[in-house]
Design a protein. Structure first.
Lengths: 635, 321, 323
């Protein structure tokens, strides 16, 4: 059995240019710290009163100090002390901070509160003041400086450790280990520490850099290293006094400090970047087949008429097209559903219709008309008004989709202010009215609240109300009930139905839940791997769907009439990711009816009967009724 | 013989006025070899109940009995061995596997916890476990991030089975998976249960799934079990208004969304449960709708639930409407 | 519990009360620490200050002056009382009252730090936000790289080094600005620049990172779907959410400004508190050192308190959670 691959962030970091250079510099500094005093120590101590306070020359590139000692040698030798002190200070900080932050894991709730408070308390204290304090008490010197820095960096370590430990300790995999009965020590060693180590190492690297700079500063002030010892800070202070005459004396130590600081921070940054972006192993994406041919003429009277809609994202391995040639026409007051699993592209289709696909994605379509207007041809200001008022979006997670920093009423009212030119008070009144329309109790009070003060169902109602502010002709709802409880879901579905009935707006309802779509919609599009594979009305969906995927999907949904004695129908494999869509029919790898033609030729969407079109070489014609308990349902 | 039983199990977080009673005196039985489907929405406390049973959440009151014995009463290793007989599979397949351990390592660790497997046998045991969940030995060298959601859930199940439990708690194990993949996991669970004679506590918010999977259904609301009974019977003749509301709300193929909007009532706040019957503010046959049913506000129907059919916690359960 | 309903309904007040209590406790602790400083010194502090050759009579006289022969508790009470009234004792190096010395120098330091504070906030927020808006979604890779490298480099250069460098280039070589001292408007330029540049770079990076994070949130997508003018989108929807995390980290940075000011003053021989710190420590002028720690420490605590309050008003969710 192979052991876990510990390629880790370090390896990744070293592969970036910043990381590689920084690591190289650090290695050089380490070597210098080790051997510098051995090689140049003698020269650094050699007093030569005859050549005091000289400027740069070939013998002494940085000049000499007040006792004639070579400054370059002194700078090189000072590396050891500067580095050692920084490392020592960091060690002090880590040794105090890490256990401090890990305490809550051991202590439980009470202890956690105390630790939290103490960390909050000490985290902002500037190192300088502590250094002064310790310098007075212990006498100015390296010890005071190291202690001061160490104590000051401890709270940061503690905070980091506490956050990491809490998140790891609360994770499901640690929970699973505990339930299995894995001994505590092993949980700590195998589960907690490895997942905590990387960020801590990163913090250590950054802290050493910070300590180096701070101690140099303290020495510069005279509070750090005292003569006859010298570090870069001390040398800088001496050099500063002569900066007008012999600048080399100051620049030498200055450059050394800068290089060391850059090296540590550079490595830290590279580590941080490597840790945050580590995608799973990615296969090469297949080149997607070009956009399919759209169907003929524009639809009259349609609220939405889109043909050949495609969304493409550029990636280092080539463009990826999660939406490939989708065509859809929706009439006024119609409720159309789009059903699909992950990777089907249904959500992106919704975003593309509303022109909301985030960069660098690109939307293309042969035709895109909303309320009779060509969205791409009209001037920008008109397009903004059209999309801002005639199209309403309702997103999946109402908690994340409402701005937590603004009151609910404000978020609604601004639509009227911006697009309707209404004054503030008027817009607010409209907002409250809309909230009332969606049956939020006490709407005046609720309008003044922040989103987190409302329940999940109410937030979704507020989102719908926000969409209604502009008298929309088209409502696009992307999984609006997936994050809600089933009883709340029912309320929202009824609300959507009511809104569509009362305002005459068309509704596009996107979901992974077949049953919900079948309940609410009149017509359904089934999407798979970025394409529409079948389009049919609900009655046909429940009696005779043609595409094998539609059938399989319907069969695999357990519902109140499913036969309990049979295993659940499944579809082997899983839906393809946008970058791994195969040639030919995308469903072929999982389809029991697939033959060579399916695997090589992509079937187009063809009309099989009025109101039913399927993209399949072997569309099924035999009836396949579902929902055994007929129209009335149960309960 | 009951494989798993809780008596008066209570989990309360905090104290005083701000306390949250997530699980409120729950009596639950999982008969040996059967599946109990525990159904509830968010805030019902079903996940907290599961965690309390396996010792991940602190129990404020009540007992958990495994095979008739209380593990807290047994000292040291015997207590631990008894606890191990209940294992759990979690909802999120992406969070329940240590991202830095290979599948083989995880399973080996679980085997180590069980004990009794010598080093040289470990590899073959791991392969056997993988086979139980229809994965092959190649997967042992993979890291979790290289597996799909369905495959991860299989690994999680294999891990739970490694210690040879008597009871498996499945906490919303398919909620994070695609529909076409869910079936495979559920079929796997059924197969494993039949083969190993496991008892299962299947937690879900999906009533259709509960019906498919369970022999018994228990309905939870705001920390309490409001109705429990054999699946067909309960679904044919639900006694508690909440159960009826759940049934009515489940989307069913063939039904159409009514045009009539429903009363929007806020779901109850678990921090401040309503007095008397916790469900009364939302109850379609309760005091909001019927003036004469003040009893629901005054008195909690739960204490005498035992006397009613399906142990329904409703004063008017037998009245029907 | 009586009153628990009230606390739940007024989370803001509870929050302010809690933070104020914490401030008072911190200030009290600071007072105790600065008082204890002298008493923590191993050996006889007065002897240490006056040196081994000073006559014993002088040592005793000074001990009496400093009231070191009285009981500890009484000393502390006297000390606290004096501090509150603004009496910080006498510098026994210069024999001037410490409050006079500080009174002379504090305004200079405050001016320097204050101007730097304003410049840092005033520049880093717009620079960071602009950088984020220009480079979101991977646009303008070149600008991204330039911004990251420049700010990265500048943020790592400590203020005193920057000061030295600026002095060399602009004062010594180009002679555009005075080399040291406080002498009119032009003498502020180099010190303020040294103080600000690193912090602006660091804060601008933080602002950019936070703004990018906020721009990726779902509620920004909602704002875009409402087709609001860019001004509203960024200022009303993005800014408040970005400020929270920015201020948290930025607050720490501003507390660190104190340290930076001290260093920069030393580079430019600025007549502020920073230039007498070293002397006071080296010469063991305890009263002066005590007063400096007390004043600068209080300034840091009060700044953090202000930032906390500001954060509390901006981020209601965490306010309620903490109440």
């Amino acid at each position: 059995m192979t052991r876990g691959r510990r390629s880790g962030a370090l390896g990744a970091a070293l592969r970036t240019p910043t990381g590689a250079i920084a690591a190289l510099l650090l290695a050089a500094l380490l070597v210098l710290a080790l051997v510098g005093p051995l090689i140049w120590g003698h020269e650094a101590r050699a007093i030569d009163v005859a050549n005091m306070l000289q400027g740069g020359s070939s013998a002494h590139p940085l000049g000499t100090d007040n006792l004639g000692r070579d400054l370059l040698a002194r700078v090189l030798v000072a590396c050891r002390l500067s580095l050692a002190l920084a490392v020592l200070a960091t060690l002090v900080g880590a040794v105090i901070g890490i256990p401090w932050g890990a305490l809550p894991v051991v202590l439980g709730r009470r202890g956690a509160r105390f630790v939290n408070a103490s960390i909050d308390f000490s985290v902002a204290f500037p190192s300088l003041l502590l250094a002064i304090f310790l310098a007075v008490v212990l006498g100015a010197g390296a010890l005071a400086a190291v202690l001061a820095l160490g104590l000051v960096s401890a709270p940061a370590f503690a905070r980091l450790t506490q956050t990491l430990a809490a998140s790891v300790a609360g994770s499901d995999y640690v929970a699973a280990a505990r339930v299995l009965g894995v001994p505590r020590s092993r949980v700590l060693a195998r589960h907690v520490l490895p997942n905590v180590a990387e960020p801590l190492i990163l913090n250590v690297t950054l802290t050493v850099g910070y300590a180096l700079l701070s101690i140099a500063g303290l020495s510069f002030l005279g509070l750090g290293v005292q003569p006859p010892d010298y570090d870069w800070g001390r040398l800088l202070q001496d050099g500063l006094q002569r900066i007008y005459v012999t600048p080399g004396a100051a620049l030498g130590p200055a450059v050394a400090i800068v290089i060391a600081g850059l090296a540590f921070n550079g490595l830290g940054e590279a580590l941080a970047r490597a840790a945050s972006t580590r995608p799973a192993v990615r296969k090469r994406p297949r080149r997607g087949t070009a956009a399919t041919v759209a169907d003929g003429a524009p639809v009259e009277d349609a609220v939405l008429d889109v043909a050949g809609l495609t969304v493409a994202f550029p990636t280092p391995d080539g463009p990826v097209t999660p939406v490939r040639g989708v065509s859809l026409a929706v009439g006024p007051g119609e409720i159309v559903g789009i059903v699909g699993e992950s990777g089907s592209g249904k959500s992106l289709t919704a975003l593309a219709i509303a022109q909301l696909v985030p960069a660098p994605g690109e939307t293309a379509a042969q035709r895109l008309r909303i309320a009779g207007r060509d969205v791409r041809a009209i001037p920008a200001a008109e397009r903004r008004r059209l999309l801002g008022t005639s199209v309403a979006m309702v997103f999946q997670d109402p908690t994340a989709s409402l701005n937590p920093a603004l009151r609910v009423g404000r978020q609604l009212a601004e639509v009227a202010e911006v697009h309707g030119g209404a004054r503030r008070s008027e817009a607010m009144r409209m907002a409250v009215e809309r909230l009332r329309t969606v049956r939020i109790p006490a709407p005046e009070r609720r309008a003044r609240r922040f989103p987190h003060e409302l329940s999940g169902g109410m937030r979704q109602r507020a989102m719908i109300a926000m969409g209604l502010m502009g008298s929309p002709r088209l409502i696009i709802a992307d999984e609006p009930t997936s994050a809600l409880d089933v009883t709340v879901q029912q309320q929202i579905l009824r609300l959507l139905r009511q809104v569509s009935d009362e305002t005459g707006a068309a509704l596009i309802f996107i979901s992974h839940d077949m049953a919900v779509v079948a309940e609410l919609c009149q017509r359904v599009l089934v999407m798979y791997a970025g394409r529409v594979v079948e389009e049919l009305d609900v009655a046909t969906l429940l009696s005779a769907p043609a595409h094998p995927y539609t059938r399989a999907l319907l069969a695999s949904v357990p519902e109140m009439a499913t036969d309990r004695d049979q295993p659940l129908a499944t579809i082997p494999g899983r839906p393809p990711e946008p970058h791994e869509v195969p040639e030919g029919c995308p469903f072929a790898p999982r389809c029991p009816l697939a033959d060579d033609r399916c695997r090589t030729q992509l079937p187009m969407l063809r009309e099989l009967a009025p109101g039913q079109a399927a993209a399949c070489w072997h569309p099924q014609a035999d009836p396949a009724p579902v929902g055994g308990i007929a129209a009335e349902g149960c309960g | 013989m009951t494989a798993l039983q809780t008596t008066g199990l209570t989990v309360r977080f905090g104290a005083g006025a701000g306390a949250l009673t997530a699980v409120d005196h729950v009596d639950l039985e999982v008969p040996a070899g059967q599946v109990v489907a525990l159904v509830g929405e968010s805030g019902s406390g079903k996940s907290t109940l599961a965690r309390a049973i396996v010792g991940l959440a602190p129990t404020t009151d009540g007992q958990v009995l495994i095979d008739g014995s209380d593990p807290a009463a047994l000292p040291g290793e015997r207590g631990r061995a008894l606890r191990r007989r209940v294992q759990m599979v979690f909802q999120d397949p992406y969070a329940s596997l240590n991202p830095r351990m290979t599948v083989g390592d995880l399973l080996a660790e679980a085997l180590g916890a069980r004990g009794g497997v010598r080093r040289p046998d470990r590899d073959s045991e791991v392969t056997r476990l993988l086979g139980l969940v229809s994965l092959d030995e190649r997967h042992a060298g993979r890291l979790p991030r290289e597996l799909s959601g369905g495959q991860r859930q299989r690994v999680a199940i294999a891990r739970a089975l490694a210690v040879e439990p008597a009871v498996l708690i499945a906490d919303e194990v398919t909620s994070a998976l695609d529909v076409s993949v869910q079936g495979a996991i559920l079929n796997l669970l059924a197969e494993v249960r039949a083969r190993l004679g496991l008892s299962v506590l299947f937690i879900t918010h999906n009533l259709a799934l509960a019906r498919y999977v369970g022999d018994l259904i228990a309905v939870m609301y705001l920390g309490r079990i409001v109705e429990v009974g054999p699946v067909d019977e309960l679904l044919a003749d639900p006694r508690h208004p909440y159960t009826r509301a759940l049934l009515a709300a489940v989307p069913a193929l063939g039904r159409r969304t009514a045009a009539a909007p429903t009363l929007d009532v806020e779901p109850a706040d678990p921090h401040a449960p309503p007095p008397g019957c916790h469900f009364h503010p939302r109850c379609p046959i309760g005091p909001q709708v019927r003036e004469d049913r003040q009893l629901c506000i005054a008195s909690d129907p739960w204490p005498d639930a035992g006397g009613r059919k399906h142990r329904a916690a409703c004063h008017f359960a037998d009245a029907g409407r | 519990m009586r009153g628990s309903g009230w606390t739940a309904n007024h989370p803001m007040l509870v929050f302010v009360a809690r933070r104020s209590a914490r401030l008072v406790v911190s200030l009290a602790l600071l007072l105790v620490l600065s008082f204890a400083m002298i008493h923590l010194i191993p050996g006889d502090p007065v002897r240490a200050a006056l040196g081994p050759r000073a006559p014993q009579s002088r040592v005793l006289a000074l001990r009496h002056d400093l009231r070191l022969d009285e009981p500890l508790a009484k000393q502390f009470v006297d000390y606290a009382g004096n501090v509150v009234r603004g009496h910080f004792g006498t510098s026994f190096v210069s024999n001037l009252p410490v409050s006079e010395i500080i009174g002379e120098r504090l305004p200079n330091t405050a001016r320097l730090a204050g101007i730097a504070f304003v410049v840092i906030l005033g520049l880093s927020l717009p620079i960071g936000m602009l950088a984020a808006i220009l480079t979101r979604d991977g646009r303008r890779r070149g600008t991204d790289l330039a911004f990251t490298s420049v700010t990265g480099g500048l943020a790592m250069v400590p203020e005193f080094l920057l000061g030295v460098g600026l002095v060399y280039v602009f004062a010594v070589t180009l002679k555009w600005f005075p080399v040291a001292g406080q002498s009119g408007v032009s003498s502020y330029v180099l010190p303020v620049t040294s103080l600000c540049l690193g912090s602006i770079a660091a804060l601008a990076r933080i602002v950019r990172a936070e703004t990018l994070k906020v721009l990726g949130e779902d509620y920004m997508r909602t704002a875009r779907s409402k087709r609001l003018p860019a001004r509203l989108e960024y200022l009303r929807h993005c800014l408040p959410n970005m400020l929270t995390a920015t201020l948290t980290l930025g607050g720490l940075l501003l507390g660190g400004l104190i340290g930076g000011t001290v260093l920069v003053e030393n580079v430019f021989a600025w007549p502020g508190l920073g230039t007498i710190i070293t002397q006071s420590v080296a010469q063991q002028d305890y009263a002066l050192a005590q007063a400096i720690i007390l004043l600068l420490g209080s300034a840091v605590l009060i700044i953090n308190f202000g930032v906390d309050l500001l954060l509390g008003t901006l981020d209601r969710r965490s306010t309620i959670r903490q109440a």
